[in-house]
Design a protein around this ligand. Sequence first.
Ligand SMILES: [Zn+2]
Length: 491
Amino acid sequence: MARAFPRSAAALVLTGLALVPAGCGGDPPPAAPPARAVRYGADGRPAAPDVVATRRLDVIWVCLDTVRADAFAPWAKGDVAMPATSAWLERHAVAFTQASSTAPWTGPAVASLFTSLLPSAHGARELSDRMSLVPAVTTAAEILAAQGWFTVAYTGGGWVGKGNGMLQGFREPLTPFSFAGEAEHVLQVFAGSRAYRPRFLFFHTYEAHDPYLAPPARLHAPPTPPPEVDLAAIDREAAADGGRSLVRRFLLDAATREVVFGTAFGGPRKAAVTRWLERGYRDDPEGPALAAEAKAAYVAGLRRLDTALAGWLAALDDLRLLDDAVLVVTSDHGEGFGEHGTMHHGRRLYDELVHVPLYVRAPGFPPGRRIAAPCSLLDVLPTTLELVGLPPLAGAEGASLVPLLAGAPGRPVPSEELRTGTETGGDDHALLVAVRDATHKWIRTTDLRTGTSAEEAYDLVADPGETRPLPPGTRFPPAFEEVVRAQRRPR
Ligand SMILES: [Zn+2]
C-alpha cells in the first residue's frame, strides 16, 4: 500500500514520532572509487538487477532560484547578502567555488540538475509554455525512488511545477513553497517522517527571483483578489519612457504583476520588458538607477531568505537530521544588474548568470574546505549516486565531485542557451554555448537565421567581470581547447 507523506503538524501526531535526535552515524570516509557506469531506465531502474544502493542516506537538495554566487561569503566581493547561511555552510559543508550552471534560466538548469545532461541533450530549453522534460530521460528522483527512497519535492512552482515533466520521479509536488513562508512547517514534517527513510527531499524556491521581495510563498495559501489597475495609463507611461516604467513594475511590483503582464509568454508587455532589459537599458540614462533600485530589492529578498534558511539548517542539524544525509545547497543561475549592459537572467552566459554557489555536506566531507576545481550542476547527481553507493549513470555528462576532495583537477564545463524569440516578439533566434573553468570563459553565439557565429573569450582571473575580450586566436590549455572543440559541433 502506498504510504502518504505527512503534510501537516497534525500528521506528526499520527506518525507517533517525537522530535528526538537520531543516533549519530559518525563520519565514514567518502565512498570507494566509482564502479563502472550502468544504464538506468526511464523509470530509474538499473539495467543490471543486482545494482542496489549500499548507503541509504537521506538526500536533501536545496535549489535557491536566481541566487548569485556572490550572495555567499566565498564569492562575495563586498557585503555578504546571506551571512547567516554562509556561516552555517562554512562550518558544516564543502564549498565548490568554481561551479557553473548549464543554462542561465530555470527550466534547462534544473533539468540538468535532475538528469546530469546538458540542455541540448535533455531538451527542456525552449522558453515557452511548451517547455517540458520528456519522459524518456532518467532523473535523480526516478533513480532514488526505484531504490526505495521516499521522494518529495517542495517547489516554487512555475518551471519546477506540475505538468511539464520536470518533477518526474517525485510524488505529488508541494507548491508553492518558500523558506520564509514555510520553513518551520517543513522542519516539523521532516522531523516527523523518519519512518520514511531514506528520503530524497528537493527544495526549490523563487524567494530571490523577480518580482523582488514578493510576499513569501505559502503552501495552500488562498488566492488574493486581483488589484484594480489602469492598464491604459500604464501603457501610456511606458510609451513615453521607452518601456522603463513597465520594467520597473515587472521587477518590483509583485501585487500588480500578474494582472499587468499575465502568466503566458510572448505577451506584448512582457516582450517590451525583455526588449528594454536587453537593448533599452544601455541607451536609457535612467537605466543604472533602475538597476540599483532593483538590486537593493533583490538583496533585501536575499536577506529575508538568509534568515529563514539559516534557521532551518541549524534546526535540522540540532535535530540530528543531517547526520546521515547528503545535503546540497545551490542555485540554478544568477541575476544581472547592468554588468553587461543588460539586466535580469536568461539569454546570456556571463558569470553573473552561470557562476553559481555550490555547497555539499556529506559524511566524510571535511567542513570548511573550499575546492576551486571547476565543476557543474551536472555533477550533483553523479556525486549523490556515489555517496549512496550506486554506480554512475551511463550517459551522464557530469562527474562525481568526490575525487575533487582528494585533489582531482576538475574539468572545463559547458553552458548553453537557446533563444527562440518568444520573449522579444520573435526577432531573436540564437544559440549560445560557453565553456568555463576556474581561469577562462569562452562563448560562441550563433545567429540561427543567418548561421553566422561570433566568439568571445575572457581571462577570469585578470578580468572576472568579463569586460575585456581576449584577442582572437588566443590559445587555451589543451583540456579547455578540447571542450571548446566539442562545443563548436552543431547541436
Ligand atoms: Zn531560475
